[in-house]
Write a protein that binds this ligand. Structure first.
Ligand SMILES: CC(C)(COP(=O)(O)OP(=O)(O)OC[C@H]1O[C@@H](n2cnc3c(N)ncnc32)[C@H](O)[C@@H]1OP(=O)(O)O)[C@@H](O)C(=O)NCCC(=O)NCCS
Length: 373
């Protein structure tokens, strides 16, 4: 009988005051505040402060935070030059991984340790990531990057810098809520990667680089774009049942369905489906396909529910955001959670070093190279 817990399922590997994920009841809190309340009343910037400092900001503190992000949002000439040098067919998450690592070089405080430094590095990353994603999209399409506007929020700048025109207030509000919903989620794979890197006393840029590389995978952040690809491939409501049936026959995962922790519902998906209906309209081709896919999957495995990625793609698609930016937008939000976990880990650190159950042979006879087949 194996002692190893495959996928570390059920293993408690840290104590945290950041995100509480209640899988049995489908609930989520950030620092004690229910996600529904934050989605309704807060902003992404306020939530970033909440996570990084584990309390809500005063008005002055929130203004300081916004100002710091705004001042750090523009890319330097060197950073823009690096984006030009990356092959234009590169994967956006790989570009983000490289650039997060690179902007560490342009921070004179990169190697300085302590919560105050990490707080400022986190805000710098929030700002830089907006410019990296939007400038990358423009540069690879032969367009000039758009300079950020200090008066716009993170969500506002994402849309403004992608398009070069002022976004509508309603779009900015929806995108802001999406950033809130993606900001933190307990010890998910990318956050765990960030904590493992931090626990070696490496720096925040290294921790976030590890996290971006981990979020890239299609079982984690990469699922949102795959959901949209799936909906486009299905093409019409009538094809949904056959698509799901074939996926189950071939033992393939239906993207955006299921979750390691949530076994009743993902509260973020509940909020997103409401937003999608409100923003896109109740009768939309891709939403209608999504409902059919959800129902057909749920009918086959009743504990499979839509996760956060299931409806987010439809909203980004409706905003005209290219598919391969979806996971990078997830990173834009989650960098606040990664940094918050990194700060929490550093404040009460112990090297994270589990064991592997060795299942190979021992004491094998050495064969000289000339005798090997
Ligand atoms: C999220 C996910 C990785 C969780 O994985 P996990 O906890 O390791 O769950 P498992 O892969 O062990 O799945 C348990 C069972 O449900 C099935 N299952 C899980 N997710 C499924 C899905 N999306 N579609 C079809 N079947 C699924 C598995 O095939 C397995 O069935 P079995 O017991 O008959 O073999 C998984 O649900 C998945 O791959 N979903 C699609 C990708 C996705 O949306 N990721 C974003 C997560 S926020």
């Amino acid at each position: 009988m194996s002692q190893a817990t495959k996928g570390l399922e059920g293993v408690v590997a840290a104590q945290s005051k950041l995100g509480k994920v209640d899988g049995a009841n489908g609930k989520l809190w950030y620092c004690g505040y229910p996600i529904e309340v934050l989605a309704e009343k807060s902003t992404f910037e306020e939530v970033a402060f909440l996570l990084l400092k584990q309390r809500l900001p005063s008005s002055a503190e929130l203004e300081d935070l916004k100002g710091y992000i705004a001042r750090n949002r523009p890319l330097t000439m060197t950073e823009i030059d690096i984006l030009h040098k990356i092959p234009s067919d590169s994967d956006t998450m790989s570009v983000l991984r490289t650039m997060v690592s690179f902007v560490g070089h342009t921070d004179p405080d990169a190697e300085k340790e302590g919560s105050d430094y990490d707080y400022r590095k986190a805000l710098r990353l929030i700002g830089k990531i907006t410019s990296i994603i939007t400038s990358w999209e423009r540069i690879r399409n032969g367009q000039e990057p758009v300079s950020p506007k200090a008066t716009l929020s993170t969500a506002g700048n994402i849309l403004y810098m992608l398009r070069g025109t002022e976004p509508k207030k309603e779009e900015v509000k929806i995108l802001d809520i999406m950033l809130i919903l993606h900001a933190e989620h307990g010890l998910n794979a990318s956050t765990f990667a960030a904590r493992v890197a931090t626990a070696t006393l490496s720096d925040l840029y290294s921790a976030v680089t590890a996290a971006v590389g981990t979020l890239k995978g299609r079982l984690h952040g990469g699922a949102n774009a795959r959901v949209m690809e799936m909906l486009i491939a299905i093409g019409s409501e009538e094809n949904a049942e056959a698509f799901v049936s074939k996926a189950f026959e071939n033992h393939e995962k239906v993207m955006g369905m299921g979750h390691r922790v949530y076994k009743v519902t993902d509260p973020r998906a509940e909020i997103l489906v409401g937003l999608a209906k409100e923003f896109i309209g109740a009768d939309n081709k891709f939403l209608n396909i999504a409902y059919k896919v959800r129902d057909a999957t749920h009918a086959r495995k009743p504990n499979l529910y839509p996760n956060v990625d299931f409806f987010s793609g439809s909203i980004y698609y409706y905003m005209g955001i290219p598919l391969d930016l979806y996971t990078a937008l997830f990173a834009q939000a989650r960098v606040s959670g990664w940094a918050a976990h990194s700060i929490e880990q550093r404040e009460n650190n112990r090297l994270i070093r589990p064991l592997a159950e060795y299942i190979g042979e021992l004491d094998k006879p050495w064969i000289p190279i000339e005798d090997r087949k």
